[in-house]
Ligand binder design. Structure first.
Ligand code: ADP
Ligand code: ASP
Ligand code: MG
Length: 422
């Protein structure tokens, strides 16, 4: 008997018919003798619908009080889907109970809309499992020390599931979604993308942090920290397929590098359309400039991603960086108010129509010329590179948003990702 955590995403929970299918699948696992914890997302579209209603009524720049209410609101989506799943499980003849994050409890910090899980008290859940119940726990949400409901950021149900699996030392965490695993790139952008049978933890971490939304980055971090066996698989296979076949399907995230395996140089391509670029023009080129600009941004709790500073000319330089699009307006306002006057810069300009495209692969550690091949491919397509950022196992470029799909497809082909691994 094993303790297994299943997570079902929004599309997988998208209608009563699909919820019934999820219940049948979970019942199959429970009847095979496993203790089951299930973490559902809100039904597809529900979180967007709720946040859209808030937008209609909101005014001014978002602050903590506002964000607290957004979490009160958005968390209801998962509460509804969890109760519906428990009802469906009961209809399958199982004993089932659902809990909201605050009931479990899933304890988080108080960073509304992007809270981090700090600990999970699993006593109640264990008692239910030992009493033979299937336990359904809401994804995406938790509770802070003051008793406020918090949410974990978009896509956060992945993190709920992995954190619960880690806390309960589950034998495996299975992330059921609307694709049948992790692909070489988003199969909705490149139809020739291939499913990877395994992907290393480090590559998955890079892919998630660079924008592949198949797993929320924090879920991968949790899996790495607590060595949670993690698999991504499809919820759209018939619920009654053989359980052993199902248990081996999809993509396994692996923690050990297999020395016998020939590592592909590039194993995946990620892209991110959620960033915007800000340039501070004509900055005096002297010590302390980066600190002056980015310190002000950091003080406002705005995360910065890619950064470049141009060569100086006549003692002046241009300084550019990217932020999340949601923070773009706030960052520009802040720089105009605080940095422009004190720094003596010429102007602040921005561009929200950019995207970041990245190639990822452990093999990049031991191969040279990978980045230059990427630049060549983009130049052959006539795509201008605005910014570049590299690390040991990835190279990212910022380009005009309108070339995103072209860039992804050209790179996918150039690095032979459409070909089966040798
Ligand atoms: P869920 O609602 O189940 O959490 P998401 O929409 O959050 O599902 O994540 C699954 C989606 O991630 C897929 O439908 C796919 O479009 C997208 N995706 C992006 N990159 C990849 C990738 N490398 N492999 C598989 N899917 C990817
Ligand atoms: N329902 C939340 C969202 O749409 C969390 C999730 O689906 O993982 O972002
Ligand atoms: Mg998701």
């Amino acid at each position: 008997m094993a303790l297994i955590v299943h997570k079902y995403g929004g599309t997988s929970m998208g209608s009563t018919e699909r919820i019934r299918n999820v219940a049948k699948r979970v019942a199959k696992w429970a009847r095979a003798g496993h203790q089951m914890v299930v973490v559902p997302s809100a039904m597809s579209g529900e979180t967007n619908r709720l946040l859209g209603l808030a937008k209609e009524l909101a005014s001014g720049t978002p602050n903590d009080e506002h964000n607290r209410e957004l979490d009160m609101l958005a968390s209801t989506g998962e509460q509804a889907s969890s109760a519906l799943l428990a009802i469906a499980l009961q209809s399958e003849g199982l004993q089932a109970v659902s809990y909201a994050g605050w009931q479990v409890q899933v304890k988080t910090d108080s960073a509304f809309t992007k809270a981090r899980i700090e600990r999970i008290d699993d006593e109640r859940v264990r008692a239910d499992l030992d009493a033979g119940k299937v336990v359904v726990i809401t994804g995406f949400q938790g509770v802070d020390d003051a008793g406020n409901i918090t949410t974990l950021g978009r896509g956060g149900s992945d993190t709920s599931a992995v954190a619960i699996a880690a806390a309960m030392k589950a034998n495996e965490c299975l992330i059921y979604t609307d694709v049948d695993g992790v692909y070489t790139t988003d199969p909705r952008v490149e139809p020739d993308a291939r499913r990877l049978a395994t992907v290393s933890f480090e590559e998955m971490l890079e892919m998630a942090s660079l924008g592949s939304k198949v797993l929320q980055i924090r879920s991968v971090e949790f899996a790495g920290k607590y060595k949670v066996p993690l698999r991504v698989l499809s919820s759209f296979t018939p619920w009654d397929i053989d359980i052993n076949e199902e248990a081996k399907s999809g993509t396994l995230i692996t923690f050990e590098e297999d020395e016998n395996m020939e590592q592909a140089v590039v194993s995946g391509i990620a892209f991110n359309r959620d960033e915007a670029k800000i340039s501070v023009l004509g900055v005096p080129d002297k010590p302390g400039i980066a600190y002056h600009i980015l310190g002000a941004v950091a003080d406002a709790n705005i995360e910065v991603d890619v950064i470049i500073q141009n060569l100086s000319k006549d003692g002046r330089t241009d300084f550019s960086f990217t932020v999340h699009r949601n923070d773009y307006a706030r960052a520009v306002d802040l720089l105009k108010a605080k940095v422009l006057p004190t720094l003596g810069a010429a102007d602040i300009v921005g561009d929200t129509k950019i995207c970041k495209v990245s190639i990822v692969g452990i093999g990049m550690r031991s191969h040279v010329g990978v980045a230059s091949k990427m630049f060549r491919v983009l130049s052959e397509e006539g795509i201008n590179i605005q910014m570049i950022s590299t690390s040991e196992i990835k190279t990212s470029v910022v380009i005009d948003e309108k070339y995103m799909e072209l860039a992804v497809r050209a790179l996918h082909k150039a690095f032979d990702l459409d070909q089966p691994a040798a």
